[in-house]
Design a protein around this ligand. Structure first.
Ligand SMILES: N[C@@H](CCC[C@H](N)C(=O)O)C(=O)O
Length: 353
């Protein structure tokens, strides 16, 4: 094929793909997104006018008529998700195995998880379910629920401040979209009773596991265990490394050893934390079922709870994650944890799965 013919074929593919990837929700077209930056359609920049080759057109029509999954890609501080409009069904539109394939950054769309926007139950407005990038299903996702709220505002055409009651595996979670576009989430109460986190580590402070010792890689790590609906193991250092410099950690070596440790029967998310001041913490996370991610909302909440329990920080902190900061407050009056941070749509498209 001549270079000119090849270029025309690519252009034709792009033009056709661009017009065939508008997301739908059970047949409804999503409105164009607002906000900054505006989400992009996949390969929109390649869309130039060129005659469609019959072969490319029929190829694309065939793909669309098969099982095309429409999605919107969202991110909250770089923790990214494939958002699926599942409002018409209580059954997720993709299986855990398919989710793992879609999350693959080389062979799929690429994401830390797939989130399903589902009908509400028990008086909730909506239900959120999520599959991690390995296909496992966690109870909750903090960055994900902020993205979820922004998605609902878009598809329901809501302007200004709004809050929603979201049913999750961690109970009722209430995100509120603020005037500045950030989302503040009432993340509920932390769970500190060891067997409920769950961890097999013995309690050290009342019923909580605070600064308990966990042997990994020849080091005696000091860990505090907190559930925000999903399990977290938080460490500020070990017997040997009194102070952590989180940038120096080889997360991919050490993370899986925490995640799969026998003391965590449901596996665990692990946060490694550096205290910058009593109201400013810095963390890196190794997520259960997703590995190293740029941010973890439930993790940042658990970190502040652990820092307060260990007497290292105040109840209101900024937590720096690789993807940016989150504002976290563990309120004394109602024992709830509040998380505030950004969430935005990145692009939308469709995929045959
Ligand atoms: N990134 C999320 C947490 C996602 C679930 C986690 N990997 C688990 O298995 O518990 C967040 O922002 O909270």
């Amino acid at each position: 094929m001549s270079p000119a013919a090849a270029a025309a074929r690519v252009a034709s593919f792009a033009a056709n793909f661009t017009t065939s990837t508008a997301p739908s929700s059970g047949g409804r077209l999503l409105r164009p997104f607002r906000g900054n930056p505006r989400p992009r359609r996949a390969v929109a920049s390649m869309a130039v006018s060129a005659p469609k080759s019959p072969a490319a057109a029929s190829f694309l029509e065939r793909r669309e008529s098969e099982r095309a999954l429409h999605f919107v890609k969202y991110q909250g501080l770089g923790n990214d998700f494939i958002m699926v409009d599942n409002r018409d069904s209580a059954v997720p539109k993709v299986t855990p195995e398919e989710a793992a394939k879609l999350c693959d950054r080389n062979f799929g769309i690429g994401a830390d998880g797939v989130i399903f926007v589902m009908p509400g139950v028990n008086g909730a407005d909506y239900t959120m379910r999520i599959f991690n990038s390995d296909g496992s299903e966690p109870e909750m996702c903090g960055n994900g629920v902020r993205c979820f709220a922004r998605f609902i505002a878009e598809v329901e055409n809501l302007q200004g401040t709004h809050s929603f009651k979201i049913h999750t595996g961690a109970g009722l979670i209430i995100p509120e979209i603020q005037d500045d576009g950030k989302v503040k989430v009432d993340m509920g109460e932390p769970i500190l009773y060891g067997p409920d986190v769950p961890t097999k580590l013995s309690s050290t402070k009342n019923e909580a596991v605070v600064k308990a010792e966990l042997a990994i890689d020849g080091l005696a790590w000091h860990v505090t265990c907190v559930s925000m609906g999903n399990p977290h193991c938080i460490t500020f250092g070990s017997e040997e490394l009194k102070v952590l410099h989180v940038d120096d950690l080889k997360l991919s070596d050490i993370g899986p050893k925490f995640e799969h440790h026998e003391m965590f029967p449901a596996r665990t998310n692990t946060e490694f934390v550096e205290v910058l001041s009593r109201s400013h913490l810095k963390m890196r996370v190794w997520e259960r079922g997703a590995g190293a991610t740029l941010a973890c909302g439930t993790g940042a909440c658990a970190v502040v709870v652990a820092a307060v329990l260990e007497g290292r920080a105040e109840r209101k902190c900024v937590v720096d994650l690789p993807g940016g900061p989150l504002e976290i407050e563990w309120r004394e009056d109602n024992n709830h944890v509040y998380m505030t941070g950004p969430a935005e749509a990145v692009f939308y498209g469709s995929v045959v799965h």
